[in-house]
Design a protein around this ligand. Sequence first.
Ligand code: MG
Length: 247
Amino acid sequence: MKIVRVGRGSWGVVEGEVIRITRGPGGNYTGKRLPLSEAKLLPPAKPTKIVCVGRNYHKHAKEMGEEIPKEPGLFLKAPNALAAPGSSIPYPPFTKSLHYEGELAVVIGRRMHRVPEENALSYVLGYTCALDLTARDVQKTDLQWIRAKSADGFCPLGPWVETALDPRDLRLRTFVNGEVRQDARTSAMIFSIPFLLSYVSSFMTLEPGDVLLTGTPEGVGELKPGDEVAVEIEGIGKLSVRIAPAS
Ligand code: MG
């Protein structure tokens, strides 16, 4: 099932070229339908927080000149960072080094509190594509990563949450202006999704709609105003946004 949020915040399910409106994510059908091509898609989750993992792919840790971590290196993005599929994100004036990081995102379906690894996936609603936009220069100079990682629009998410998917070995590609910049498989993650969910839930309760960004593979790089950036994940689809001129 492909769960979307559309228009002013209605939930729906994509069936071919049609969206069937539902009561809540994956809920009952209301009887309303609209063509997918005419729908204004919103981020397909309403998180209270977005938990992110840095350095979760061996080759990305290496390109950043860092050791392979022994424990997950976590940070947060706040919900203000969410951006819709197809949106235009202004290049922020405080940075000279805006980077893309294509990532697989996990959306929580049921409240998670101290859940063991072996049960963790049963709490997942589904999976979607995310861009962990990062101001690389201020990431190095600010005390914490709030500005570098959680500025408005720094977490494009979508286009929908795919509920029927095994996340362990999916091809993930990031494109800038149609050119492939990242091409890796989720099987190359250092910490698995069940481990990460269990680890986070051991100290932080995860609520339905909360999002886990699972880290980016190698090949991160710069974006410029006017760039079109897209993340495509096998079994899900493609999330595209545009970087608008500074404002
Ligand atoms: Mg990242």
